[in-house]
Design a protein around this ligand. Structure first.
Ligand SMILES: [Zn+2]
Length: 129
């Protein structure tokens, strides 16, 4: 028998059966999903936040204290990404600059050879003299 995949879940707040996509992921729960659907969570939060500013601040501070490593890692990653982006930009700019200077050199060569071709007589005369 094929085990049926749980593609839906009943929200413990509104009691509606909703597709699993309607639930946020929560790895601390046995099924890996929040008990409330996203909509109910949003609603609960909307109700809860204004009445609990102190608690929210406390939770934020607690989270930050417990996740210093995570925060630091995130900052480091951002910094590294920025560094990489800057380096990539520099490489691109250098390449563009090199291409441009090559183009200028090529134009100069062309102009010179064109001039030589157009003024062969004059040049030869000057050499002869
Ligand atoms: Zn719900």
């Amino acid at each position: 028998m094929v085990k049926k995949m749980t593609a839906s879940k009943i929200c413990s707040k509104c009691g509606e059966e909703k597709p699993v996509e309607a639930f946020s992921i929560n790895n601390r729960r046995t099924d890996g999903l929040e008990g409330f659907c996203r909509l109910c969570r949003k609603e609960t939060r909307k109700e809860w936040v204004p009445s609990n500013p102190e608690k929210l601040k406390e939770l934020g501070a607690k989270w930050r204290a417990e996740n210093q490593g995570k925060i630091k890692a995130g900052q480091e990653r951002l910094k590294a990404e920025k560094r990489e982006a800057t380096a990539a930009k520099r490489v691109k700019r250098d390449a563009e600059r090199a291409e441009r200077s090559e183009e200028i050199a090529r134009e100069k060569r062309e102009r010179r050879s064109k001039y030589k071709k157009a003024n062969r007589e004059k040049i030869n005369e000057a050499v002869r003299r």
